[in-house]
Design a protein around this ligand. Structure first.
Ligand SMILES: CC(=O)SCCNC(=O)CCNC(=O)[C@H](O)C(C)(C)COP(=O)(O)OP(=O)(O)OC[C@H]1O[C@@H](n2cnc3c(N)ncnc32)[C@H](O)[C@@H]1OP(=O)(O)O
Length: 523
């Protein structure tokens, strides 16, 4: 039986990830992310802070350690510390921490110019800090900061530093490409050299993504003999970020047959948690994580999938608890439409499908974004049924002032009967929601799903009279998420349209449109 090589992952979302410009996690958020990383995603080790940063940080690390200690994870929680003899170690022990990732200078230039010390002085100070850490029962790993440049400029300095620490009780020697300057070939040469010179030491590789090469460099590092990789959720990290854990995990598994502890089913939910706490949104085309990456847009691809999964690869959405979808727009074909209709349990005659497809292509041609949630309305429009939209916006007046609540007078038609209400709220949309909720009180089946994201877009170019698009993401009681869009020159009215679309779509839960079981559209 062949044994796959095992690689461990150290996630540094809570340390290097927080060095992303504009990211600052609240203590409670840090604790939740740490729990998700170790408990759900099954990351081997996590780095959660730099020592000494702030009181809030100290509180967060303390709570993480308390939780980790209860679950037997304490020696997997690490904190970056400095060569400052007692200070960083004391900070770590004050949080109940057990591991210091000691930031030493892996570059002679940094040593001489930033610390203003000779290499000998620096080594002496490192020994002092290590002595103190071990006395306090703190395990030591060592970063060689800016090792990539330091190794290029003066490899002898790097060899001497490691030789001087070689006999110490050090868990991992961590080799950072601090500024993300290496190519896979350079990684291969440098790491081969390190592991050949010091075969009994455990080296980690810490890539950055400045050239977009972080994941490729991870492959090179592993091929050269590295046994532990640093990464972050959503590629967070200083400047262009670190290596994305999602990419590293799938590339190592699929392309290098490496064994990892990561539970892939949680990669996306942990990514969404970090997205929400960091305020840094994942690009729609980010591998594994982006909203579009499991969507087939071309009609030919939808056709091939229908005829036996011809466009399915090893990178299936199901691995990550996601689903493949088929886009609707001008590049759609009849298979794209059929895939969507099947998913929603709607069955149309061939002739009706052709009419609906023609409309989808026409809308796509006029640059409109069409989501599956739009499909029932398109069908109703094309096939002359009014069943899809039970709640229709008839009129509204909004009023707001600088200091004070906004008010809305709203009229909608429900199943053809007009009803009005007034609403007050913190802004016009909130006032609209209150008025609408009052009207819908007597219709248990017409309920607003839970709003989880609300965005307003205008076309680039800055025209103040442009149409605006409100794009609202909702969570249904079933846990399923959907996004609805509304377009109007007034952004609040655009959001009203998006809201009514969600309510109409949500009738008896999306996917089982009772409206479409009627004789007009039904099978
Ligand atoms: C690879 C990386 O990403 S390392 C990231 C490390 N983490 C961080 O920098 C984030 C948190 N940083 C901080 O909160 C602060 O910068 C602190 C607490 C570390 C230091 O703050 P300050 O004392 O105000 O100094 P400042 O921020 O200017 O840091 C530079 C000082 O650190 C010293 N320093 C740099 N590297 C190290 C090191 N590895 N060990 C010890 N001291 C170091 C510098 O020589 C300089 O000291 P000097 O002022 O005596 O010349």
């Amino acid at each position: 039986m062949s044994h796959k090589p095992k690689i461990t992952l150290m996630d540094t979302t809570l340390r290097d990830g927080e060095q992303t410009q504009g990211v600052s996690f609240a203590p409670g958020e840090k604790v939740s992310i740490a729990q998700a990383l170790l408990g759900r995603l099954k990351v081997d080790r996590i780095e959660v802070a730099s020592a000494g940063v702030s009181q809030g940080e100290q509180e967060a690390v303390k709570k993480i350690n308390q939780w980790a200690s209860q679950h037997g994870y304490l020696d997997r929680v690490e904190v970056l510390g400095f060569v400052d003899h007692t200070r960083s170690v004391d900070w770590i022990t004050s949080t109940g921490g057990k591991v210091i990732n000691l930031l030493t200078k892996g570059s002679e230039k940094h040593c001489r110019m930033q610390l203003r010390q000779s290499p000998e002085q620096h080594i002496e100070n490192i020994h002092k800090t290590i002595d103190y850490a071990l006395e306090q029962g703190v395990q030591v790993n060592v970063y060689l900061e800016d090792w990539s440049n330091g190794y290029q400029d003066s490899p002898e300095y790097v060899y001497n530093l490691i030789t001087a620490l070689h006999e110490r009780e050090i868990g991992h020697f961590m080799l950072p490409d601090t500024l993300g300057v290496m190519s896979p070939q350079e990684v291969s040469i440098a790491i081969n050299d390190m592991v050949t010179r010091f075969p009994d030491l455990a080296f980690d590789f810490h890539p950055h993504n400045d050239y977009g090469l972080a994941t490729a460099n991870v492959m090179a590092a592993v091929a050269a003999g590295i046994r532990s990789i640093h990464c972050t959720i959503n590629c967070l990290g200083e400047r262009a970020g670190n290596a994305s854990l999602a990419e590293v995990a799938v590339v190592l598994r699929d392309k290098m047959q490496i064994e990892l502890s990561i539970d892939e089913e949680h990669i996306v939910d942990v990514s969404q948690m970090v997205e929400s706490f960091s305020g840094k949104f994942v690009a729609c085309n980010a591998p594994i994580l982006g909203s579009d990456v499991f969507t087939q847009t071309a009609g030919i691809h939808a056709d091939g999938d229908k005829k036996g999964g011809l466009y399915v690869t090893n990178l299936t959405p199901e691995r990550f608890a996601r689903k493949r979808t088929y886009a609707l727009g001008k590049l759609a074909g009849k298979a794209s439409l059929e895939q969507n209709l099947d998913e929603m349990g709607i069955s149309l005659s061939e002739e009706d499908q052709q009419k609906v497809l023609a409309k989808v292509i026409q809308l796509g041609d006029s640059k409109q974004v069409i989501t599956p949630e739009d499909l029932p309305f398109i069908i109703a429009d094309v096939l002359g049924s009014n069943d899809a939209a039970r709640v229709v916006l008839i009129d509204c007046t909004t009023f707001g002032r600088l200091n004070g609540d906004s008010t809305v007078e709203l009229t909608v038609a429900i199943d053809g009967t007009q009803q009005s209400a007034k609403g007050e709220g913190n802004g016009a949309y909130d006032a609209f929601v209150h008025a609408l909720d009052e009207i819908l009180e007597n219709y248990a089946e017409l309920q607003r799903p839970r709003l989880i994201d609300y965005q307003v877009h205008i076309p680039k170019g800055g025209k103040t009279n442009a149409l605006t698009e409100a794009s609202i993401t909702w969570e249904l009681d079933t846990g399923r998420k959907m996004t609805t869009r509304g377009v109007h020159s007034n952004q609040v009215v655009a959001a009203m349209y998006a809201t009514l679309k969600a309510i109409n779509s949500n009738v008896s839960d999306l996917g089982q449109f009772t409206a479409f079981e009627s004789s007009t559209i039904g099978a």
